[in-house]
Design a protein around this ligand. Sequence first.
Ligand code: CDP
Length: 232
Amino acid sequence: MPIKRKSGRKADEIRPISAKVGIIPNADGSAEYISGKTKAIAAVYGPKKMHPQHAQNPAKGTLRCTYNMLSFSVSDRIRPGPNRRATEISKITEWALAPIVMLDDYPSMVVDVHIHMTQADAGTRCAGINAAAMALAHAGIPMKNMVSSIAAGKLDKTVVLDLDKYEDSEFEEGEGSTDIPITFTDDGKITHIQVDGKINKKQLMEAVEMARKTSKDIYEVQKKALKEVGEK
Ligand code: CDP
């Protein structure tokens, strides 16, 4: 029997999504990505000279991402400032975006991507990556592709998409929950995948294919939001 989700969603049904580009006029590029109760905003500044100087890469520009969950984004107030989790997600975001961003023409420079979660209900790294990719395009940073990120997962024995906070942290039936955030290029290649929990190879393949299919719908939402604001 497939699992009955508390939210009533079907196994491959993601939360309602929306996107908006150009939300922060002072930034070189900006975007918002909303997935259910998870809301991410991203602001891009640059390319600009990298400081401190010792961090400069004379061969090409550097993509620097900073992920942050605002203190009011969850019901238990989060202590502001960097922590291990935020540092890890910042790096993962850089790695997810690095294959598509072309910074060869910007030696010693940096493109700063600031990602803030105004509301967090799981899936924040994916929402942040989606917002960041749109903000980079809006800033006119040369890119090979767009990327779209979504978590697949498993609840007990059923492969599902897009775990919410309850499913991610509180679901304990049978085998419990597995969270598998994945980022795809618009031609379906993976730039980032993580597996938090247990899953066998067959179900992992099923989860990846489910996420790959839905990443195309996310891409359409991102593309539409970019078209609506036009080139900067
Ligand atoms: O958000 P994401 O699924 O990418 O990452 P996670 O580390 O698996 O966190 C899942 C969820 O737990 C977050 O989206 C928040 O809703 C919540 N969380 C929290 O309430 N307090 C924290 N310090 C960290 C996470």
